[in-house]
Design a binder for this molecule. Structure first.
Ligand code: NAP
Length: 232
């Protein structure tokens, strides 16, 4: 039996590398993206490496798109074992909560928080069918209360909400073999951060991939960086 994984926002950056590493571990991975051209091109690149990767269009900010994509994946593969909520958008470091445009708050939450919750809600029924699930929320150190401060406020708040969601869902799922955790990938060189960041996408993907492949009885409702638990 081959496990089936879905990764959101996977046409580039950390998500793309998560797909690669999961497929290298033998999973059948659905690379999802909101743009079909970019998504198919990314998928073709990994297929040329001999990996078992398929494309599915999925815009996490669109409820209908999430429902349709996960139903199609279920019909296509008969199962869904692993979900990595990676899709995310950033927020200007200079922005301040006292005077920023509140429409930006809604826009960022729609992707970073509501998007992840939509995907989880649509996926858990498939995970329950086979009594197995691994859910990874790609969070950020900027969402950690231990380091909460001014700058990029909507992004920080969206990731803090994603962290809260991780703990709540882990408790709701505590009597199941569905484990849900949050990962901080560190400061990774992608379009989101720019090229000054210190880590490669390979390094950024490592902890999400580790959480996506945890053994039964592994941790749930926790926050990890470099495979070590970190404070919320
Ligand atoms: P990235 O290169 O900008 O990639 C973000 C991905 O999310 C892109 O594929 C983008 O697709 C996709 N996306 C955005 N909105 C979407 C939507 N509505 N539906 C589906 N996909 C959507 O950034 P990244 O650094 O790899 O970020 C990946 C995750 O890591 C994010 O959650 C981010 O917050 C988190 N993170 C990154 C860092 C870092 O240092 N890079 C640090 C901490 C956390 P398009 O190409 O269509 O825009």
């Amino acid at each position: 039996m081959t496990r089936v994984a879905l990764v959101t926002g996977a046409n580039r950056g950390i998500g793309f590398e998560i797909v690669r590493q999961l497929a290298q571990r033998g999973l059948h991975v659905l690379l999802t993206a909101r743009d079909p051209g970019r998504g198919r091109a990314a998928c073709a690149r990994l297929c040329r490496e001999g990996l078992r990767v398929d494309f599915e269009i999925l815009d996490v900010a669109d409820a209908q798109s999430v429902e349709t994509a996960i139903a199609r994946i279920g019909e296509r593969t008969g199962r869904l074992d692993v979900v990595v909520n990676n899709a995310g958008i950033g927020n200007d470091r200079q922005e301040r909560l006292l005077d920023s445009d509140l429409d930006r708050l809604t826009y960022i939450f729609e992707t970073n928080f509501h998007g992840a919750l939509r995907v989880v809600r649509a996926s858990v029924p498939w995970m329950r069918r086979h009594g197995y699930g691994r859910i990874v929320n790609v969070s950020s150190g900027l969402g950690s209360f231990a380091k909460m401060a001014a700058g990029a406020p909507f992004y920080r708040m969206s990731k803090a909400a994603l962290n809260a969601m991780t703990v709540i869902l882990a408790d709701e799922l505590r009597d199941t073999n569905i484990l849900i955790n949050a990962a901080n990938p560190g400061w990774v060189r992608t379009r989101l951060t720019g090229m000054q960041a210190t880590r490669t996408t390979e390094q950024g993907a490592a902890t999400p991939v580790w959480l996506a492949t945890l053994p039964d009885g592994g941790p749930s409702g926790k926050f990890f960086k470099d495979e070590q638990e970190v404070p919320w």
